[in-house]
Design a protein around this ligand. Structure first.
Ligand SMILES: Nc1ncnc2c1ncn2[C@@H]1O[C@H](COP(=O)(O)OP(=O)(O)O)[C@@H](O)[C@H]1O
Ligand SMILES: [Mg+2]
Length: 296
């Protein structure tokens, strides 16, 4: 019976203090182990939805109405302490700009330690968990790497560290809010590949937020389109690409026409495709290469 309860079921409206209705009856579900892409242009309300799910909206002077259920448990109305307990352990968040989200004064090891100890005060576990966390995001688990500071690693490595911190406690749901928009194309593809890997390895469900339909299509099982505070369409990725019904979705698709066509054949893929075929590039990156960050 309980298998029919989605991992996350959201039905919310949100308004900021200035009276602006930012989300209007936004209904979204995420199933266990699923990657749901939430796609919409800048200002459509994506980050507001993420904050609403995490119980952080009131902190930004917003008002929220409706329901946010995690495995059937209502989160709206939980005390701040209960929400803090849940954040990072059952639902985790990864944001856009890695280097500003890391503390420049602390080593990578110290930050992983903090992330671990936030939900497990047993000190002796942290180092093993920190190394395991680094390995899970394909970073070196060495003492040298743990001793580095954010200025001594690349932006892509910084994003991996943040993903390791967010996923150390193996949350059932990871919310990634435009996690690749500060990264170059190759690094974006690597990070997308990493999300797909974490999803497969740990069965971790991901709410993947992006303004870029082409890039999310490579890893998302389903996609929901948010337009001006409303979900205008949602469905399985390939169905949405094949038969988008809403004019706004059709408009988004037509701005990336190459992904309507068949994916490029392996032998046709070369450097020249890069500026015009991000989906092809990403598919190439996901299926044929293992990239490594080389400290930039
Ligand atoms: N703290 C706030 N107070 C008032 N309006 C806000 C606040 N934060 C965001 N907004 C407005 O809410 C709308 C949605 O913002 P946001 O959720 O950040 O969109 P997205 O993440 O899709 O770019 C925008 O019009 C934005 O200007
Ligand atoms: Mg945003």
């Amino acid at each position: 019976m309980e298998t029919t309860t989605p991992l996350l079921a959201v039905d919310v409206s949100a308004r900021y203090a200035d009276g602006h209705d930012v989300l209007r009856r936004v209904r979204v579900t995420v199933e266990r182990g699923e990657i749901l892409g939430l796609v919409g242009q800048s200002g459509s309300g994506k980050s507001t939805l993420a904050l609403a799910i995490l119980g952080l909206l009131t902190a930004k002077s917003g008002k929220i109405a409706g329901s946010v259920q995690l495995m059937g448990r209502e989160l709206m109305g939980l005390r701040p302490r209960e929400m803090r307990e849940l954040r990072g352990r059952e639902i985790a968040l990864v944001l856009q700009s890695p280097l500003s989200a890391l503390n420049p004064a602390l080593t990578i090891g110290a930050q992983l330690r903090e992330a671990w100890m936030a939900h497990d005060p047993e000190k002796q576990h942290w180092l093993k968990q920190a190394r395991e966390g680094l390995r899970s995001v394909s970073l070196p688990d060495t003492d040298d790497f743990l001793a580095r500071r954010p200025s001594q690693i690349s932006v892509g490595q910084g994003q991996r560290v943040l993903i390791a911190m967010a996923t150390m406690h193996r949350p059932a749901l990871l919310i990634a809010d435009e996690p690749t928009s500060a990264l170059d194309m190759i690094t974006q593809a690597e990070i997308l590949e990493l999300f797909a890997k974490l999803n497969q390895a740990y069965g971790m469900a991901i709410l993947y937020i992006s303004h870029d339909l082409a890039s999310v299509s490579t890893i998302c099982h389903r996609i929901a389109i948010l337009h001006d505070g409303e979900i205008v369409e949602s469905g399985k990725t390939e169905e949405l690409f094949r038969a988008a019904r809403h004019p706004y979705t059709q408009q988004l698709l037509s701005s990336c026409p190459h992904i309507l066509a068949e994916p490029p054949k392996e032998e046709d893929m070369d450097e020249n495709l890069w500026p015009t075929a991000p989906a092809g590039v990403l598919q190439g990156a996901l299926h044929s290469h293992t990239y490594h960050d080389c400290g930039r």
